[in-house]
Design a protein around this ligand. Structure first.
Ligand code: NAD
Length: 351
């Protein structure tokens, strides 16, 4: 199996969205490995308690989509690697303002390109940019990177997927990198685990929160939607391996796990493992998410490309993943004082 050549020494890594669910875990992972991490976050969905307290870590508070913010940090730090995770995420936020979500995510990519372009080619960082499994067109069975994608002009809830796909296109079309070290588009498939915020509409923290209180667990439709979950700690380790790679050919890359389930089976498992007697309650997502709400039926990654790159794919089984989420959910939850808890989220198994 071909493996990526590794850089031996400490790297300078710039992480946008470093106070986020994935970004916080990645920052910890990189600092623990001896790398210097500069984080950028506006705390719109992230929070400071997620950030590393040990190691070479610095956080700059700011908006990645504001003109010049990222460019100043890139010019100052000249990072070896730039991991772009900051984005408007979550079904709830997207449905509230689809066009705002699209515009903000694309401004972020535009700022990234401006920042990188200002450096001479030899000093440009490798870029790992968060995309999403939402870019894929509906298909049962494992999704490969070359499979058909959704339109880049999708509206409503699809504005998020469209912004991610258009972002991939803009990075690829920029010509800023050589093919051998071009941008990697991280197509995440349902990354979950303790510390994920249910407020944005993510399915597992919503189920866990309810089950810990013994409240009914809301399942959209018939619950037959298929999802495949990956533990955030394993994802952070996989991302570290990609960061440390000397060269990694660019392009789309599925980043996901092996815990495949229907949403109904997940709800029952969470209720059973929590042991507080929660029942499953079937709901019509259109009541909360609007009459035009469309759910995705299947989402399962083919992880062959990750394996070809020599990166260990997340492999934790579903029961272990649920148990860890139940055990550490409250410990790693958003601190209450910083919470702006609104009505029950449009809990959807979206990414
Ligand atoms: P998250 O909301 O926890 O993290 C996003 C972080 O970016 C937050 O800390 C937020 O405060 C910050 N941020 C948002 N907009 C910003 C801006 N304009 N300027 C600076 N900071 C900003 O979400 P996450 O689950 O950690 O997702 C990280 C990335 O992975 C996102 O790009 C998301 O679209 C993508 N993704 C995640 C999943 C998943 O399953 N978690 C699935 C598919 C794609």
């Amino acid at each position: 199996m071909p493996t990526l050549p590794r850089r031996p020494s400490s790297l300078r890594v710039l992480v946008t969205g470093a106070a986020g669910f994935i970004g916080g875990r990645l920052a910890h992972e990189l600092c623990a490995a001896g790398h210097r991490v500069l984080g950028l976050d506006d705390f719109s969905t992230g929070w400071p308690e997620r950030l590393p307290r040990a190691g070479a870590f610095e956080l700059v508070e700011g908006d990645v989509s504001a003109p010049g913010v990222l460019a100043r940090l890139v010019a100052r730090e000249e990072p070896h690697v730039l991991v772009h995770l900051a984005a408007r995420v979550g079904v709830r936020a997207v449905l509230r303002d689809p066009e705002g979500c699209r515009a903000a995510n694309l401004r972020g990519v535009g700022e990234l390109l401006t920042a990188v372009e200002a450096l001479p080619r030899a000093r440009r960082p490798r870029v790992l940019a968060a995309s999403s499994s939402e870019v894929y067109a509906e298909k049962p069975g494992p999704l490969r990177e070359g499979d058909p994608t959704r339109p880049t002009d999708g509206a409503g809830r699809w504005a998020y997927a469209a912004s991610k796909l258009r972002g991939e296109e803009l990075l690829d079309a920029s010509g800023l990198w050589d093919a051998a070290r071009g941008p990697l588009h991280l197509r995440f498939f349902n990354v979950v685990g303790p510390g994920q915020d249910g407020d944005s509409g993510m399915v597992l923290p919503t189920f866990v929160e309810r089950a810990l209180d013994g409240r009914p667990i809301p399942v959209h439709g018939d619950g037959a939607q298929v999802r495949t979950f990956a533990h955030v700690d394993e994802v952070a380790r996989a991302l570290r391996a990609l960061v440390e790679a000397e060269h990694a050919p660019g392009g789309a890359l599925n980043v996901g796990g092996a815990a495949r389930t229907s949403i109904l089976a997940l709800a029952r498992l969470v209720a059973e493992r929590a042991g507080r007697g929660s029942a499953v309650r079937f709901t019509d997502p259109r009541a909360r998410c609007g009459a035009n709400f469309e759910d995705v039926r299947f989402r399962e990654p083919d992880l062959a490309r990750l394996a070809e790159l020599g990166v260990a794919a997340p492999a934790l089984d579903l029961t272990s993943l649920v148990d860890d989420s139940l055990a550490r959910h409250r410990e790693l939850a958003r601190p209450r004082a910083a919470t702006s808890r609104g009505p029950a989220p449009c809990a959807s198994p979206a990414s």
